[in-house]
Design a protein around this ligand. Structure first.
Ligand code: ZN
Length: 277
């Protein structure tokens, strides 16, 4: 989703070693699951947070026995809690295999009832020094987690390798903008995202993401000078996008249109979107 002259400067990293925890920061390790793809980069990041007495696992990842075994091996069976950033399948499919009697902490109203948490969290709730920040946009039940020293687990809300997909109905573009602003006021010096490497300039990067979305919104409004259906609009504003990303791009365009519709700036007539002047 990065085809634009206004793109932020994205981060890349080499293919990580599978099944091996990588040290990210003191007391924070990461295992990258083996589910690479156009939406997941090298795979889902499962974070292991040392608590002194044990470990908190953030996002179990896919239901891959090799990955679950790697989590067990790296934590030596001392998992105090499981924390979820949101209920998308690439983050929670492995939860039933991992959870057993381990308490699961996640947003109090998950989008997927199958992964109902044992300990429902709301904005401002804390676990072992990590404070939940409700950040809907990519997903309605998305939480980031901030620590007082400036480290933030940013989930799929803010990722360094790519922009995030905002796909209705769970995705909401107006909420996404508000949640970007929320993170800018939260601060922090390092974001650890749900996919890809750490973000070490989060304020500048988040500001660039915001600008990128505003530019996309402006491009949509400009393209609609000629009223058109959403598929043509997507082609018009995502010029040269790889075919395997077009469907996700169209979901982003739909969420932009829903935001603009709610703001009274566009309307849909006979299948064609057009601006309201
Ligand atoms: Zn997600």
């Amino acid at each position: 989703m990065s085809q634009s002259h206004s793109s932020p400067k994205f981060y890349t990293e080499a293919l990580p070693l599978r099944g091996t925890p990588l040290d990210m920061l003191p007391g924070i390790r990461r295992i990258v699951a083996n589910n690479p793809g156009p939406m997941t980069y090298h795979g889902t990041n499962t974070y292991l947070l040392d608590t002194g007495t044990g470990c908190i696992v953030v996002d179990p990842g896919p239901d891959d026995p090799v990955h679950i075994a790697a989590i067990h091996a790296a934590t030596a069976g001392r998992i105090d809690a499981i924390l979820l950033t949101h209920s998308h399948i690439d983050h929670v499919a492995g939860l039933p295999s991992l959870r057993g009697t381990i308490p699961v902490h996640a947003y109090f109203a998950p989008q997927e009832p199958d992964i109902a948490p044992d300990v429902p969290m709301r904005d401002g709730d804390t676990l072992a020094g990590w404070t939940a920040i409700h950040t809907p946009g990519h997903a309605g039940d998305h939480l980031c987690f901030a620590r007082a020293d400036g480290v933030v687990l940013s989930g799929d809300h803010i990722m360094g390798w790519s922009t995030t997909v905002v796909s209705p109905p769970h995705g909401d573009m107006a909420a996404y903008f508000a949640s970007l602003d929320r993170m800018l006021t939260t601060g922090g010096h390092t974001y650890l995202p749900g996919h890809g490497p750490a973000i070490t300039d989060p304020a500048a990067f988040t500001t660039a993401l915001r600008g990128h979305r505003l530019a996309r919104e402006a491009a949509i409004l400009s393209a609609l000078a000629a009223p058109m259906p959403i598929d043509a609009l997507t082609q018009a504003v995502y010029v040269g996008l790889a075919p395997n990303l077009l469907q996700a791009a169209q979901r982003n365009v739909l969420s932009h249109l829903q935001k603009l519709l709610a703001e009274g700036r566009v309307e849909q007539v006979a299948g064609l979107w057009r601006p309201i002047r």
